[in-house]
Design a protein around this ligand. Structure first.
Ligand SMILES: [Mg+2]
Length: 306
């Protein structure tokens, strides 16, 4: 099925089964006013498929199998306790944030105590039920070629996300930065600690500004835009991808001019459709591919260089 948005002077088609909300500013305007665009992606169930061969795809957190299986059971017990609390509407947000920190810190402690090795991460990813949506590699290649900064936000584990990219895409991308929990390994490849502040589901968006600025500079340098960057920074536009309404907060605090948000509604379509349609500019259903986003990104990038 094809849907069309009439944007400024171009007819644009987005492939797949999707809903559109009218975008306040025309694409032509976006392209004329800025030559740099940020892309913000959420990882689990946005870049990755929700279903794989009839099974629920695993997240970067739950695919991990420690050498000592007792620790997998312990982490699962924490999940069973805290996961319902994450979605309990009766718990106030500040209290919930404390519970999420508690959950993440206990989980991280179990990974250290259980002696997790990098080797176990590699094996876990190799055996995991995880796959990127079709078109993700094309999207990353396009954005790298155009020097567009990409931030992947996740409350999961950066080292695992990198390993998934390595094993499934077989390469890394110099314009991509992962904003997630990062592990520190000792010389034997054994987990020693975690770097920086714990990033959980309710605070992952707070890091947008810190992480965006250096990556933006890096991509400006790649593009030879060093001198112009201060003025370009003020005219930043954002393409944001997520599978939860809360993912829209990924761009909070950024001084952008225009944002196009793309949502992936993977589950409970009937009960969530209305709220997702209101929240996202473009909404894909049924575990759709990334091809429509590639088309949109490629249109944005090609018009930029006209
Ligand atoms: Mg997600």
């Amino acid at each position: 099925m094809h849907f069309f948005i009439y944007l400024y002077d171009k007819m644009f088609s987005l492939e797949g089964s999707c809903y559109l909300r009218s975008i306040g500013v025309s694409l032509g305007y976006i392209c004329r006013t800025s030559s740099i665009t940020y892309y913000f992606h959420n990882f689990d169930a946005t870049l990755t498929k929700y279903w794989i061969n009839g099974c629920r795809g695993q997240s970067s957190h739950n695919l991990l199998q420690q050498e000592d299986p007792e620790y997998n059971v312990k982490r699962q017990t924490l999940y069973d306790y805290y996961h319902p609390l994450e979605f309990d509407p009766a718990i106030p947000l500040d209290e919930k944030a404390k519970l999420m920190v508690e959950w993440w810190e206990k989980t991280h402690a179990l990974l250290i105590e259980g002696g997790l090795t990098y080797n176990a991460i590699q094996n876990s990813v190799a055996e995991a039920t995880i796959a990127f949506r079709d078109g993700v590699t094309e999207l990353f290649e396009l954005l790298e070629e155009k020097g567009v900064p990409v931030l992947i936000f996740s409350a999961g584990l950066a080292d695992i996300i990198e390993e998934v990219l390595k094993q499934k895409v077989h390469r890394s991308f110099k314009n991509v930065r992962i904003v997630s929990n990062r592990m520190v390994f000792d010389e034997n490849g054994r987990l020693q600690s975690f770097k920086g502040k714990t990033i959980h589901v309710l605070n992952k968006n707070e890091h947008a500004l810190d992480m965006a600025a250096p990556l933006h500079d890096h991509c400006d340098d790649l593009n030879g835009l060093g001198d112009e960057k201060s003025s370009l920074k003020k005219r930043t536009n954002v393409l944001l991808l997520g599978d939860h309404i809360g993912d829209l907060g990924m761009s909070d605090g950024l001084d952008y001019e225009t944002r196009i948000s793309v949502g992936f509604l993977n589950d409970k379509v009937e009960s969530s459709l209305e709220s997702y349609r209101k929240a996202f500019d473009i909404l894909y259903l049924n575990d759709s591919s990334m091809h429509g986003v590639v088309k949109l990104a490629s249109h944005l990038c090609s018009t930029e260089s006209d």
